[in-house]
Design a protein around this ligand. Sequence first.
Ligand SMILES: Cc1cc2nc3c(=O)[nH]c(=O)nc-3n(C[C@H](O)[C@H](O)[C@H](O)COP(=O)(O)OP(=O)(O)OC[C@H]3O[C@@H](n4cnc5c(N)ncnc54)[C@H](O)[C@@H]3O)c2cc1C
Length: 423
Amino acid sequence: MKKKIRTVAIVGGGPSGCALATLLKRKGFKVGVFYLEKRPEIIVGESLVPAIVPMLRELGVEEEVKNYSTYKPGASVWVNKDEEATSPFSFGGGSLPPYAYNVPRVKFDKTIFDNAVKEGVQFFKFAAKIEQVNGSDTLKLSDDTIAAINDYFEGQPDLIVDATGRSRTISRMLNIPTRQGYRKDVALFAHLSGAEKIYPYNIHLHRLEKGWTWRIPLPDRISVGVVINPEHLKNYGSTKEEQYDNYLKSDETLKKFTANAKRETTVMQYDNYQLISDYMYGPNWVLTGDAGGFLDPIFSSGLFLAIKGAFRLAKTIEIGTDAAFKQYQKEQMRELRVWQKLVDTWYSGRLFTLFKVGQDRMDTAFGRFIGPHMQKHLTRIFTGEAVYRSYSRSFLNFVTGSMIDLMKVGRLHNRKVADLEIK
Ligand SMILES: Cc1cc2nc3c(=O)[nH]c(=O)nc-3n(C[C@H](O)[C@H](O)[C@H](O)COP(=O)(O)OP(=O)(O)OC[C@H]3O[C@@H](n4cnc5c(N)ncnc54)[C@H](O)[C@@H]3O)c2cc1C
């Protein structure tokens, strides 16, 4: 970054872009956001973690979000069809509120957007055209774009922020190498009426014979998503609607909860979502939210990371030095890596194995000693706190790693337990 940043063009008016715009405007920057008004009927990303709530308060939107959302006190996870573990967020202890919300995303995005408007952020209702300067890594808004915004920035903005989510505008333009996750699942989701809930407000997660599913209670609907290998999905039809409907009817677990349900929306499909750009800033640009990287839907980390990243980036822009941007990138990458480790324990089955082994040992002295501790730190995966508490991270590494191995070879545990991997 060559000069002091005063003007910032943000491309993409989703939660990360609008939150960043609000924070920068409060700090006195001249900010313009390019956004697309047309939104899909439903948008994925409806389950929030408690760790996001303090940031909603700081933005000044929690009350509004609360008015149209489902209050969520915890998470319920099914290891298989009949075995379930529920964690109220309050088990996590710590400094976070013991609740979060399930949000209808279209409304949630509008709240963050309206808040930025209220703060005086300037919005432009079209996609900015970004160009490379002489084929280099330096970027600029095209002359057409500058003309269309009546030279709002009085020349080029000092900084261009890519907040275009999984469109990844700058990463694609500059061919930034990516790190891709090993899972190649597809997520299909829709809103249903009449689907059964066991714990009325909790997020419900099921490990299935193939893949996994979420049920997120919203005020008048239930969001049901399946995350599954696309090859397997082909057995259920050729369109995403056929695949979704037939899968719900055929899977033993899903049919139990959706037998009387009616699909109220189109089916949305998401793939290639485990994708992280190898670097996140350049001479006059920076990536935020999903545009920089997104891991996986499990554990609902996406919006938390997108908004937390916006807070971190606002501070970075205020400092404005190259070292500050380097630090921003380092912290973003580190946070994604830590979440990735947690995500891995879900797909490898280590988390489920731990649950089974734990159940088996609960009435022993060792079980009674470690049980409450385990409950607390496992709950912190669902509240988001496990990511920034180094003790929780180390403890979870240990219990999902060497501790299970020790138990499985029989030194602490007399029965062999196979890892309950997600297929
Ligand atoms: C299957 C799945 C399930 C998920 N479930 C959850 C969950 O339960 N909880 C959770 O917290 N997260 C979840 N996520 C992740 C979450 O949806 C994202 O992390 C979050 O939306 C990221 O916010 P963002 O602002 O970075 O990007 P987005 O929300 O994608 O916003 C980007 C915005 O940029 C706009 N845009 C795109 N291109 C342009 C352009 N050229 N010009 C102008 N505007 C443009 C788009 O229209 C959009 O409004 C899930 C993701 C997937 C794939």
